[in-house]
Design a protein around this ligand. Sequence first.
Ligand code: NDP
Length: 475
Amino acid sequence: MKEYELLVDGETLSRAETEVVNDPSSNQPVATIALASESDVATAVEAAESAFERWRTIDPVTRGHYLRDIAAELRDQKAIIAQRHTEETGRSLSDSERSVEYAAEYFEYYAGLTHRINGETVPLSHEEFDYTRREPLGVTGHIIPWNSPLLLGSRSIAPALACGNTVVAKPAKLAPMSILELGRAASDAGLPDGVLNIVSGSGSTAGEALVTNENVRELTFTGSKQVGLHIRELVSDRLIPLNLELGGKSPNIVFADADQEAAADGAVKLFTNAGQSCYAGTRLFIADEIYDEFIDRVVSRIEEMEVKRDSDETDVSALISPSAQSEVASYVESAVESGGSITTGGRIPFEEGNFYEPTLVENVSDNAAVSREEIFGPVLAAYRFDSEQEVVERANDTEYGLYAGVWTTDLDRANRITEHIEAGTVTVNNYASPIPQVPFPAYKQSGIGSEYATAALNHYTKLKNVRMKVDRTLR
Ligand code: NDP
């Protein structure tokens, strides 16, 4: 069993209170993790505050070098970090290696932007000079989910650091190891003490202590809508920037003129990470005239997927916990109870681990729980549609608005649909995953704020205007 400690001010701290982390593919324990108390979180915030002045005033190019060094260290330590990521998430080693690579890419991307955090000059009268600066906020708090912990943690930690902020991060109790490894790798890369602190612990104790700490000047939360709304309540008496990256129930719309092979490949991307992805295309809308033919393509792809106990061999990884597995099973049962049918899948394949078969349900109404709620499992629901107008209304008939897919060879139609879909990202003919250089905004209950790309630089800085009286007369 590995033992993980908190990382505060460059020191690792063991704690009497610990929690066991289980491997989702076997439910066997793999590590014990120190749990941070409220006072540990306060200590971490103090350390981050003390480190802020030095970090904020380091010249931006040097700050960029630090971030590049973190990326290099992540790559050097890829084997061990990926191993821990696999043990905590149940994902395959190759998938975890890709996560380490993506994490490194976030640090590299923002390393390249540290000297591009520009203000502007504002033309005023001849007697005045006005310019703006983008200044770091101070200590930023980052609350990270379990579904893709390293990548989701890196996507907010990297821009926060790039802008000159210091960080206290709380990873999810179910999957904290890769974020603690990131903290260690950053220390190994020479990041000054206190700039990045990791307080593993429970949401109700460490998470709330971070959210309610008055010296935290910004909060980024990635997780469920319920906890996101609760966090917004907790900070309602403080005017701090909030990034809430919440759930999704994304439509994926296939028109009759689409390249069906490509669209079917796009449809089954849902099963990556066993459907535990916020932007997964969980509602598959298929034009009536190609419905049966297209469903056959999807079913044949799903039936080629093998669920195996070995996380490196299975095509669909285990769900994060036994309770997640039962929740997915009850959503599928409720789909059948409400008149739906299971076309393929729909079973727990074996007792060991938290696996669930990749599942397609059909004939469910738009009001069924399976059509409205975020299942966060390998369950795809398919629906027929007749017209653009109809499908846009049904696609938008959800409280969420994170992502959407449209498949058509008609450029005008693609433009019409993208304009009317209420989602932060609409992909056309490619259900592409988020990448650092493009923004990842959200509509409706999927969140506020914006991660990724240069939008994150605005979020992690505040604007200051400087207005100066000047004498321009030559003497
Ligand atoms: P949760 O909301 O349950 O937890 C997320 C994090 O919040 C965990 O670290 C958790 O701690 C912590 N937390 C829980 N309660 C509190 C609290 N009262 N105060 C402060 N922190 C708290 O989400 P999941 O981990 O289950 O993640 C899945 C959800 O995340 C899905 O809804 C998914 O759609 C969403 N998500 C959104 C993404 C986006 O970019 N929009 C990306 C990925 C996921 P603990 O360890 O105790 O659970």
